[in-house]
Write a protein that binds this ligand. Sequence first.
Ligand code: PFF
Length: 447
Amino acid sequence: MKNIRASFGTRMGAIAASVGSAVGLGNIWRFPYQAGENGGGAYILVYLLCVVLLGIPVIMSEFIIGRSTHKNIQGALRQLSPGSKIHYFAYFCVLGAIVICSFYSVVCGWVIEYLYQAATGALAGHGSEDYGRFFADFVGSPVRCVLWTILFLCINFAVMTLGVRRGVEGVSRVMMPLLFVILIVFCANSLMLPGSHKGLDFLFSPNFKALGWEGVVDAMGQAFMSLSLGVAALVTFSSYFSDDTPLMKDAVTIASLDSLVALLAGVLIFPAVFSFGFEPTAGPKLVFEVLPAVFYQMPGGYWWAILFFLLLFFASLTSTISLSEIPITFLTEEFKMSRGLATLCCAVVVIAIATLCALSFNVLSDVTVAGMNIFSLLDFVGSNVFMLLGGLFTAIYVGWFLRKKVIKDQLAVKGRTSSLTYNYVLVCLRYVAPVAILIILYYYVTA
Ligand code: PFF
């Protein structure tokens, strides 16, 4: 009997899952502090330009590979380039997804710890300077860090056992709308705080001097991270799309919603930070050390803290779901494993690596490579090596080597391919994206 391959049930569900992949810690944690440090509106402008010139075309390149074949990354490349060795790229993507999922889950574990502490009331009632110590105590505790990380991964892999339609799509269809509702309620509250305009000025007024070359490179890297590019997450998801999905329209929708969430996260955070007189350029600490202090100064702080960490939880779970789907689809199709067994294999590997990452803040803090602990090393390799090199490969492969007929057929809507869309995608994939990615890589290597 021929196996019937899974697919998303509806176009809305497919978009929700892809937006779920894109919207994650990158939007709510990384984007606001990077914008804060790199000249506000100037950074946002460059970021949006990167989304148009790099992000959407590379999303399209992944969509074309996945949807034209309805296969996992290895099967897809085998079908598109028979007889070539290009399908080995699949191992790169699977490894990249596992690496990213592992370090990412540690931060997701922090999110659950904060959610739990907020719900029990233990997060409240500290002086604003105490939150730094609260965070340091927590990451310094191996048991707490490891347990929360494993709990998060158990939830993640439990969802994965439910399959593409009930698990991936079902969870995204519930969590994504809720995420938007929470964000909007939060933003409305932030905007009503006294002095909120100072936060908006900080976020949106363009300061090109503060941007600099480094800010431009950060914006490019952030576009890659935020849109989940380079490790075949969107190849895998689009392999479950139906053949009449208008790919270009969906790519624009996904990129727009992702950018909107990043901007709304900034609107949520900075007016509140300014209104209560906190430091806006706290960098990565902003979410775990500054925001709790901010929330508990607001009326109803107990609920705001819970709501914020719930928001982060929804955003991060839908991202790790997409990362997990890459190896799971690969194992089920290439190694003919059942979905349950494939999920179990991935869970064991990811939990093992994530545990090492969680321990790298405490008992393994002395283990360093090139001055980085295990967590930072995997973060660096995942974000800078796997995502960027993967994106470079995909752009060059589709731009230069894939048959033009495949590209045209995938771009077609109701049998017609707009030449404007075709040229935009091709020029960006052939020239703009490779040059931009090489610049970022050069910068990271020489910095
Ligand atoms: N896009 C996610 C974020 O912004 O947090 C991270 C991510 C998800 C990266 C899925 C890569 C991926 F395949």
